[in-house]
Design a protein around this ligand. Structure first.
Ligand SMILES: C[S@@+](CC[C@H](N)C(=O)[O-])C[C@H]1O[C@@H](n2cnc3c(N)ncnc32)[C@H](O)[C@@H]1O
Length: 232
């Protein structure tokens, strides 16, 4: 049976799921990726040239991994997430950022107010990715940048089989033992919510992004979208 909620229930289901897994979220991430998740976040920030003088909005910031790294690079950081417990984890960590409980599809920020929007492994969780992209396009200033990370499925057949064994079997098993069974079944299955690369690119173009490019890591198990808002 699928662990994916009905479309009408997705928002509430995702929110309560992240509230439940928040306490062990970081430790399980590090364990499951061997620490590579932090390397991908660092790479995303470097690829978007995040640095001093930038105001970064980290969308669906969770427990603040990207926020912490962006702040360490000298940026001012706002982290937004709708899960109170994930945000609690971020605040507890003492990250030098402002955290707001907010829906990525209705951001409490003025138009053209941020230099960079980052997002780590959350695109597939949004109720409406189209709506979240519209918000990204709205809050970015002209020439502002994006760095959006998420999982993906490797293109090579042989690697896809090995990846699926790990991602679809081992991750739910270990996550279920250490945290929440339903949530760690949902996380790999939710990859199905992600549109393919052409559709993602088109979605970003539609909200005014240019110079859009995709990078993939670990044989295509992770994808990063970079781009710049048009200046017109
Ligand atoms: C897989 S976690 C990623 C957290 C963090 N970005 C990271 O890199 O570890 C997904 C996050 O997206 C958040 N999220 C999902 N849908 C959201 C929405 N519509 N608005 C705000 N946050 C959302 C969840 O609460 C959760 O913290």
């Amino acid at each position: 049976m699928s662990a994916l909620p009905e479309a009408s229930e997705k928002r509430a289901a995702v929110q309560s799921m992240f509230d439940r897994i928040a306490p062990r979220y970081d430790v399980i991430n590090r364990l499951m990726t061997g620490g590579l998740d932090q390397r991908w976040r660092r790479h995303a920030l470097a690829a978007a040239s995040v640095g001093p003088g930038d105001l970064v909005l980290d969308l669906a910031c969770g427990t603040g991994d990207l926020c912490q790294q962006a702040a360490a690079l000298g940026a001012s950081v706002v982290g937004a997430d709708f899960s109170r417990e994930m945000l609690r984890g971020a605040v507890r960590r003492g990250v030098a950022a402002v955290f707001v409980q907010a829906d990525a599809e209705r951001l409490p920020l003025p138009a053209a107010s941020v230099d960079v929007v980052t997002c780590g492994f959350a695109l597939r969780n949004f109720g409406s990715l189209e709506r979240a992209f519209e918000e990204i396009g709205r809050v970015l200033r002209p020439a502002g940048r994006i760095a959006l990370l998420d999982v993906d499925r490797p293109s090579s057949r042989a690697i896809a089989v090995a990846h699926s064994l790990y991602f679809d079997r081992v991750v739910p098993l270990v996550g279920g033992l250490l945290s929440d069974r339903e949530a760690y079944r949902y996380l790999p299955e939710s990859t199905a919510y992600l549109p393919d690369a052409n559709e993602l690119r088109a979605g970003l173009e539609k909200v005014g992004l240019e110079e859009i490019r995709q990078q993939r890591f670990l044989f295509g198990a992770v994808q990063l979208w970079l781009g710049r808002k048009g200046v017109a």
